[in-house]
Design a protein around this ligand. Structure first.
Ligand SMILES: [Cu+2]
Length: 235
């Protein structure tokens, strides 16, 4: 039996070396009730050329099993006093065919994310944080296709609204928190928080722009895997 190369892996499996914290919280957000119908977007001439199919607002995007998309799920309390670094590539807030993509995303405080114009028309990226948070309003003209500008926010805020001053139908929302333990639900309402969550007791909030916030408490050990269900009511 070969020992050297596999020793660490074997030791971890049989529990000699403690595994790194790997609590994992996944789950699903479902919508209860019937949401109001979405509003068709009336584009101007230049944006209309980029959109051959009809586009609507994205207030309630509901998938399989009443799963609700674009819910920002994050650890609201339980990580106070701990310091975290943002990992991986800078997130991207794109503008594609005169619509922000994604509609909802998350970043850490002070994490640089990129804002891109992928369209052959001018956009004006206007961040409108709540003044009480300490985050600053900013206005950024992006006249050129392919233009990329970095942005960041120093203070937590769920959510910072972005609008476009050229196109009044364009909105996006960025959740800013002090740690990396957040996710946005996919088209079927599923989410998965990053898998290296420290053991602890947490308040998890599922925040939907229209339906509001739902919270629940969860306690996870270092290697626990827990699945949470949230229900948001249509308003
Ligand atoms: Cu625009």
């Amino acid at each position: 039996m070969k020992m050297n190369g596999n020793w660490a892996a074997m030791a971890a499996v049989i529990g000699i070396i403690p595994a790194a914290s790997a609590a994992e919280i996944t789950g699903k957000v479902t919508l209860k009730g019937t949401p109001p119908p979405e509003t068709p977007i009336t584009f101007d001439a230049s944006c209309g050329k980029l959109n051959s199919a009809p586009v609507t607002t994205r207030r309630y995007q509901v998938g399989e099993g009443a799963g609700l998309a674009n819910v920002f799920v994050y650890v609201k309390t339980g990580l106070e006093g701990k310091k975290f670094e943002a990992k991986g590539e800078a997130p991207l807030l794109d503008q594609v065919n005169c619509v922000y993509e994604p509609y909802v995303m998350g970043v850490m405080t002070n994490q640089v994310f990129n804002v891109r114009n992928s369209d052959p028309v001018m956009h004006n990226v206007h961040a409108t944080p709540k003044p009480s948070t300490g985050n600053k309003e900013s206005n950024l003209g992006q006249p050129t296709k392919g233009q990329v500008n970095p942005r960041s926010f120093p203070f937590p805020e769920v959510m910072v609204r972005f609008k476009c001053d050229v196109h009044p139908w364009m909105f996006a929302y960025v959740g800013v928190v002090e740690h990396p333990y957040f996710a946005v639900t996919d088209k079927n309402g599923n989410f998965k928080l990053p898998a290296d969550l420290p053991a602890g007791t947490y308040t998890i909030e599922a925040f939907h722009l229209r339906g509001g916030a739902v919270t629940q408490q969860v306690t996870v050990g270092a290697t626990d895997k827990k699945s949470l269900s949230f229900t948001v009511e249509a308003k």
